[in-house]
Structure formats: C-alpha cells, structure tokens
Write a protein that binds this ligand. Structure first.
Ligand code: MG
Length: 253
C-alpha cells in the first residue's frame, strides 16, 4: 500500500477483501428489493438489512457512525440522503432511496439504489433512469489515466442535459479500511482536473440528482437531507475499483 497524494492505493488482496464486503451489500439489496411495497415500514426494511448483515458475520457500517441510529439510510421522495428508518410506511407512487454500508473483516462496502414503490409517475421514472445512468457514465470515466473530475464533469453534464440538478453539498468518496477516505468525489466539476486515476484506487461513486434546485437542507433530526424546494431526489451508488483497463464494480453479485 502506498499513498498517492492522500488517495490510498489498494493491493489486489485488499481489493478482494473489498469485493467480499461489497458482495454482502449487494446481497442485502437482493433481499430488500422483494420487500419494497406499499405498507412496509422503513423500520422493517432496516431490521431485515441488519439481520442479514449480522448473519453474514459483518457489521452495519452506518449504525453508530457519528451517532447515526440505524443500519440503512432510507430517504423518501424529497428526502435526498441520510433519512432515518422508523414507523413511516411506503406508499404507492413513492420513490425510496436505500443506502447500505457494511464492514466485513475491516473493509467497507457502500452502495445505494432508489426504488419505485408500485407504479410511479413518468417524471419519477425519468428521474430514476437519469440518475442510474449518471452512475454508469461516471463509472465509465473511472479509468486509469483519466483525472478524477472527468467523472464529476461527465455526471453533471448528463444530469443537467436532462433538466435535473446534481447535489453539491454531498459527494462520493474513497473507501477501504475507512468508510470515507480521500478523495472527495463531487458530481459536478470541470474536466481534466484533479488527481490522475491509478489502478488500485477504490471509490464510492454516488450521484444524488434532484428534480428541481440542487439546494438542500438538513431537517431538525440532524440527519435527514431534503431538497430545498420539496421536489424529489434520487440516489444511486456503487463501490468500484480502478483496474488495468477500466473499473470493476465491487457492489454487485
Ligand atoms: Mg457512500
């Protein structure tokens, strides 16, 4: 392991460890996606995720992180990220973002998906499609020789060309033995800037895309981030490792 200014380069063995923790994250999503339906409470989703993670001998990464009280961040409609699970039931037509973090033998996994609850309106579908594709586009730019903000620029350009906005106040991040490592990875920025990408860098890429303004605020619970204009927001995230010839998505089965 060496430091490339502040970005930790992972050995192939460490990338394998990260693949194991991220596979658990992907398995949690397999379990949760069958539960997404009108009437289910966010606490039921949280409990199912926690039970599965513990069963696998891993630990929920978010629970206790700076005092966060739950395993999942669950953010509905105008909630952007960091929503706290509770008694709220999902409703037909909602969109719900689930963010899963896992620590398995010292290495972290992190991913997020926004799901439609039952049938959603066409604008919600478009928001989910554009956000998921923004992540794919970011991953395509995550390759050796590119610079970090090539990822940021490509995501911003794609999102804004569809009339949506990218959140500025929260960003992607390096990940490894810490949940949040250098570098910060904004979903906006100028191309050809930032550190050169190298094999062994591992990033959590996570576009957060708003229907309206990019501005957000934090609710009085101290955690839940919502859009400033009350319009909806979507969030897709994968943990990826830079390889010889591109990026490998680690948070998949
Ligand atoms: Mg993350």
């Amino acid at each position: 392991m060496h430091i490339s200014p502040m970005i930790i380069i992972k050995s192939p063995r460490e990338v394998e460890q990260l693949k194991r923790s991220n596979a658990i994250v992907a398995e949690v999503f397999e379990k949760l996606k069958g539960m997404i339906a009108p009437g289910v409470t966010t606490q039921e989703l949280d409990q199912a995720a926690e039970e599965y993670i513990l069963l696998k001998g891993a630990r929920p990464a978010f629970k206790g992180y700076r005092g966060f009280p739950a395993t999942l961040c669950i953010s509905i409609n105008e909630e952007v990220v960091h929503g706290i699970p509770g008694q709220r039931q999902l409703k037909q037509g909602d969109i719900v973002s689930l963010d899963v973090g896992v620590n398995f033998v010292g290495y972290f996994g992190d991913a997020a998906i926004t799901f439609p609850v039952g049938e959603v309106d066409s604008e919600a579908k478009r928001l989910l499609d554009v956000t998921e594709k923004a992540l794919t586009i970011g991953i395509e730019k995550a390759k050796r020789g590119n610079r970090l903000f090539d990822i940021s620029y490509a995501i911003q350009r794609w999102v804004e060309s569809h009339g949506f906005s990218v959140v500025r106040d929260f960003v992607g991040h390096g990940i490894g033995k810490d949940l949040h490592e250098e570098p910060q990875i904004p979903n906006f920025g100028a191309p050809h800037q930032g550190p050169r990408l190298e094999k062994g860098m591992v990033f959590a890429l996570e576009p957060m895309v708003n229907e309206g303004t990019h501005e957000v605020k934090v609710l009085s619970d101290g955690w839940t981030v919502v859009t400033a204009d009350g319009k909806r927001s979507a969030h897709f995230e994968h943990t990826v490792a830079i390889t010889e010839d591109g990026a490998e998505i680690l948070s998949v089965l």
